[in-house]
Design a protein around this ligand. Structure first.
Ligand code: 4AD
Ligand code: MG
Length: 439
């Protein structure tokens, strides 16, 4: 095959090579490694779908291709023309026998992210380049698979996706708000949750979910807090707290299963122990908050009934569990105003957190919502919340109030857990942390 013969060959992506065995193709991508023995040279390149090794024989390619080879450095953008050869030893099972090679974009030799150990700050400053490393790209692929799986899960169950506002008046969770001036309307706040709007939409559509960015101006420098994160929030008319937990375990198990099925190679790249994921299936164990506190105290924790559970308590509690666990019915004082009072123990509310094993902790917070107008009004007053901002929310309890429940799954914490990543900063392309606004 000559260079001319491959000039018109189809452009394919590396994951498609297997369907072009023995045929000429063109592949565009970036150089990861090169080596040469004088007469024969090798180029390893990636294109985002995989990595392929190409073989270049000096006597078999145009002089210009051989000269181009000599200029290749890590990250040079190239187009490879050649014939696909099955080779059991090659990563992916195929390599390219080159007929031509051309440079699309040169890359100076000072490419900053080298395959050696850099400090975290250096890598975060170079996040725009660090993303090209195999582990980072693998985490992005898993994230994307989870996002798609979320949509498929709800679509199959006839949920309607509803997009809720990002600019809001002051409503939501208790943690810090980001604010900005909003014309003549005073301050607008970046949404901490879409839930309250989701509840209104659930009365219109029955079963809905939101999937959007949420913001918390929390001064938390931990491995599980971002200031901007993505949340999936289903809201279901006529579901009680028990129904709510069943939906959560189905969703989490489905997300894990999809990643095992379609992103196993990425999980391998991340060195994830997939045996820890293969056992994730319903039912998840259910532990009441009160029992959790007793267990923690027996294990030496200083936690007192009434406290919210901190990250350390969550890890301690999760010892010995191989799958996520629900802790349900927390004290009213530790949770948000909208949660329904527990009729069997008014000190508590009908809610749950879903805790992931291996130290990942809370990936979901959910609850049955207070559906009684007077009780909710009293809660809003007790919490000192501005009544005028909640008038519309109270209306949902005036006109055809209904038992309903929902939850928020934190995407980044879920990606961290499924990928086995130690910190949420590697689960999103450009993380926003207390001390990180660039790049
Ligand atoms: O428990 P949270 O605060 O619950 C809510 O926002 C409810 N309105 C959800 C609902 O019922 N519709 O947050 C839900 C989840 C947490 O379990 C966690 O996974 C994630 O959102 N999360 C964060 N993730 C990253 N960084 C942060 N600062 C987070 N805060 C919460
Ligand atoms: Mg929570």
């Amino acid at each position: 095959m000559t260079a001319a013969a491959t000039e018109t060959a189809p452009v394919v992506r590396i994951h498609e090579l297997r369907s072009h065995a023995d045929a000429p193709v063109r592949v565009r991508g970036w150089v990861t490694h090169v080596r040469s023995s004088g007469k024969i040279a090798f180029v390893v390149a990636r294109d985002g779908t995989g990595t392929v090794q190409s073989v270049l024989v000096r006597s078999a390619v145009p002089a210009a291709a051989w000269e181009a080879f000599a200029t290749l450095t890590q990250e040079t953008a190239i187009v490879l023309s050649g014939v696909v050869r099955a080779d059991a030893r090659a990563p992916g099972g195929f390599e390219l026998s080159l007929t031509d090679l051309a440079v699309l974009g040169a890359s100076p030799v000072d490419y900053p992210v080298q395959p050696k150990t850099h400090g975290v700050d250096f890598l975060m400053d170079h996040r725009h380049l660090w993303l090209r490393s195999p582990r980072q790209a693998a985490a992005m692929r898993v994230r994307s698979e989870i996002e798609q799986a979320v949509h498929d899960f709800f679509y199959a169950r006839a949920f309607v996706r509803v997009d809720t506002p990002i600019l809001t008046a002051a409503i939501g969770e208790r943690s810090g708000l980001f604010s900005t001036e909003y014309f003549d309307e005073g301050s607008a706040y970046l949404a901490q949750t879409g839930q309250l709007y989701g509840e209104a939409a659930a009365a219109a559509l029955g079963r809905i979910y939101t999937f959007g960015p949420t913001f918390r101006a929390e001064k938390s420098k931990t491995r599980r807090h971002l200031t901007e994160f993505w949340m999936i929030e289903p809201e279901v008319a006529f579901n009680d707290s028990a129904d709510n937990m069943r939906l959560q375990e189905e969703l989490v198990s489905y997300l894990v299963e999809r990643c095992l099925e379609r992103e196993r190679a990425s999980l391998m790249e991340l060195e994830r122990d997939v045996a820890r994921l293969e056992c994730v299936a319903p039912p998840f164990p259910r532990v009441s908050y009160t029992d959790a506190v007793a267990t923690l105290q027996a294990k030496g924790s200083a936690v007192q009934w009434g406290d919210d559970l901190g990250a350390e308590d969550e890890s301690l509690l999760m010892e010995g569990y191989d799958r996520p666990v629900f802790v349900y019915n927390y004290p009213k004082a530790a949770k948000a105003f909208y949660m329904k009072a527990n009729p069997d123990d008014p000190r508590t509310v009908l809610c749950n957190d879903c805790l992931a094993p291996e130290g990942y902790g809370e990936i979901i917070g959910g609850s049955q919502r207070e559906d009684d107008y007077d009780t909710l009004l009293a809660r809003i007053r007790d919490e000192g919340l501005p009544l005028d901002a909640y008038g519309w929310y109270l209306d949902l309890r005036r006109y055809g109030t209904f038992v309903h429940s929902g939850f928020g799954l934190g995407l980044e914490r879920t990606v961290a857990y499924i990928c086995g990543l130690p910190h949420v900063r590697e689960t999103i392309a450009f993380p926003r942390l207390m001390n990180r606004l660039r790049p």
